[in-house]
Design a protein around this ligand. Structure first.
Ligand code: ATP
Ligand code: MG
Length: 558
């Protein structure tokens, strides 16, 4: 993979810093800081690849840091899943794996430094009162009656909080800034709260936990991060990020800077971790790796490749303004990546039986040799059994053809792909009047590859032997949000597309039998498919459709 980030507004900032010698030795150090409260999604792919590629581009360092400062929502399962997904994506951190929780002692010491400088105080207002005192966007806040406590008393109380001497919610530590600031984040934000909760990493060591806005700049600074890249919703938090570091002795010479870029949003896609968690917990999704989810593990299970996600992220680039990317663009990149990498097989998803009435009586099967991928001769050829009984797609026959229908109908001749021309002579129906079988004849002269030029047919359809095949289950996947449904965080669970997973049973040519979990193939005319690891069993392959073959989305010419 081309690991280097293309020029964008962030590389411009870094280039300028290098020109101005802002950081010692002009070093560049980035990080990806997931909170282990869920699985990563494609938005995180964009963010992690961006940080990783920036470090590569500038011969810098890249940290993976778990932002595990909130023990209520975080789990070890997520820590492991996140690493697995990043490895798969091609994001590498070597031995630079860190946990915010390992800095808790340093963070407490910094909080004490602020207290001693008269820049933080212990507040005993209730949570509700703190909210009420905060004011609104149009009204300034009000000072807490505890705001003017002396540093010594604050320090004593804070040390007691740390020692577990005070119950939860009895007090908090707040930064002392300005209750009238037009930026609500600067109105004496809470920086420490009491939580008598076990932490997955530090266990029972701590009774206080830092708030995100206080912890994050410290995590960055302690690791020597230079460019702390985050998403746009943190723009209003930047003044506090700077305030924290501006007021600590350790960071007077050199410190990280926060840079915001726009989140990735995709049409028809539910993205945020907490919404994805609701899909998982409600059972709508069959796990975080449900192939309909935009999680990295879901995309992997569906059949996406790391390259397709890397290429997509590179193409969308980084912007300073929010926008929503067409899902079709993501699909374009997986199609583009699989096109020359996968074999092409015949599989019929919605079978209709065809009997070749003039198939030689003394023959059981004719093995036909076909190219495995016509665009990649190096993939060689494989053999396909042509037999008296076959399956074609139901959609490839119409008893009364509509205008411009060139596939099979009574009296019409079509090409069976890689085999022969066949003509439909008779339609067999069941008692309900449903078409259940077609009786056709084939013309042995028209064998594919024989150079036959006698006449032409307008339609070519795919087929599978009804006597020698692999039964397959196929999951046709569609977006969880229908085209014109707006995402509504309140009631999206009730509005999930009922056709997001359509299950069909069909047949594939024998070659398919050997496909392994997550192996991918093009099923001719039906799309790209990947073997599902959760549902497939030894005697029953289950496929997810990665993507259809055609799309309305087109790359714009550069
Ligand atoms: P979510 O809202 O899905 O929970 P988050 O931002 O809370 O996402 P974190 O684990 O805190 O998730 O995020 C780790 C990093 O990924 C952050 O720097 C965050 O800004 C970035 N990130 C999260 N969502 C997106 C997105 N949709 N596009 C780009 N970057 C994202
Ligand atoms: Mg978060």
């Amino acid at each position: 993979m081309e690991q280097k980030e293309r020029p964008n507004f962030i590389t411009n900032i870094i280039d300028e810093d290098i020109q101005n010698n802002v950081y010692t030795d002009n070093r560049v150090h980035t990080r990806f800081p997931p909170e282990p409260n869920g699985y990563l999604h494609i938005g995180h792919a964009k963010s992690s690849l961006l940080n990783y590629r920036l470090a590569q581009k500038y011969d810098g360092l890249f940290n993976l840091r778990f932002d595990d400062t909130n023990p209520i929502k975080e789990e070890v399962e997520f820590v492991e899943a996140i690493q697995k997904d990043l490895h798969w994506l091609g994001v590498e951190w070597g031995d630079r794996l860190f946990f915010a929780s390992s800095y808790f002692s340093e963070m407490v010491a910094y909080a004490e430094e602020l207290i001693q400088k008269g820049l933080a105080y212990v507040d005993e207002l209730s949570g509700e009162e703190i909210r009420a005192y905060r004011g609104t966007l149009t009204k300034p806040g009000k000072n807490s009656p505890y705001r003017d406590r002396m540093p010594d008393e604050n320090l004593k109380l804070f040390k007691e909080m740390v020692a577990g001497k005070h119950p939860e919610e009895s007090m908090v530590l707040r930064a002392k800034i300005d209750m009238a600031s037009p930026n609500m984040n600067m109105r004496d934000p809470v920086i420490y709260r009491i939580l008598h909760v076990e932490h997955p990493n530090t266990h029972e060591e701590w009774f206080v936990y830092p708030m995100y806005d206080f912890a994050h700049p410290l995590e960055d600074a302690l690791e020597g991060i230079t460019h702390s890249i985050c998403t746009l919703e943190f723009e209003d938090h930047r003044p506090f990020y700077d305030w924290v570091l501006d007021n600590l002795d350790d960071y007077q010479k050199e410190r990280p800077q926060q840079i915001e870029f726009a989140k990735l949003n995709l049409t028809q896609t539910i993205m945020g971790k907490r919404y994805l968690k609701q899909l998982v917990d409600s059972g709508i999704a069959d796990g975080w790796d449900d192939p309909r989810l935009p999680t990295i593990s879901g995309l992997r299970r569906r059949g996406y490749t790391p390259e397709s996600i890397q290429n997509f992220c590179e193409e969308i680039g980084v912007a300073k303004a929010n926008s929503t990317v067409d899902l079709g663009m993501l699909e374009h990149f997986v199609r583009d990546d699989l096109k020359l990498k996968t074999p092409r097989y015949n599989a019929v998803l919605n079978p209709l039986k065809v009997t070749i009435t003039n198939f030689p009586e003394d023959q059981e099967v004719e093995w036909l040799e076909v190219q495995t991928n016509q665009e990649v001769p190096e993939m060689g050829t494989h053999r396909v059994p042509f037999t008296k009984e076959l399956y074609i797609e139901k959609e490839d026959f119409m008893e009364v053809p509509v205008k411009k229908y060139f596939r099979l109908f009574p009296g019409n001749e079509v090409r069976l792909r890689g085999a022969y021309f066949v003509t439909c002579n008779e339609v067999v129906k069941n008692d309900e009047g449903e078409v259940i079988e077609l009786k056709c004849t084939y013309d042995p002269e028209t064998k594919s590859g024989s150079g036959f030029t006698g006449r032409k047919v307008k339609g070519t359809i795919h087929w599978v032997s009804a006597e020698n095949n692999v039964p397959i289950e196929v999951h046709l996947l569609n977006p969880l949000l229908e085209k014109d449904t707006e995402f509504d965080s309140e009631n999206f669970l009730e509005k999930i597309n009922p056709d997001s997973r359509v299950v069909t049973h069909g047949y594939g040519e024998p070659e398919i039998k050997n496909m392994q979990t997550l192996e991918k193939a093009q099923f001719i005319r039906n799309g790209y498919f990947s073997v599902d690891p959760k549902y497939s069993k030894e005697d029953q392959l289950v496929f997810n459709r990665v993507v259809e073959l055609k799309s309305s989305w087109r790359p714009t010419k550069k």
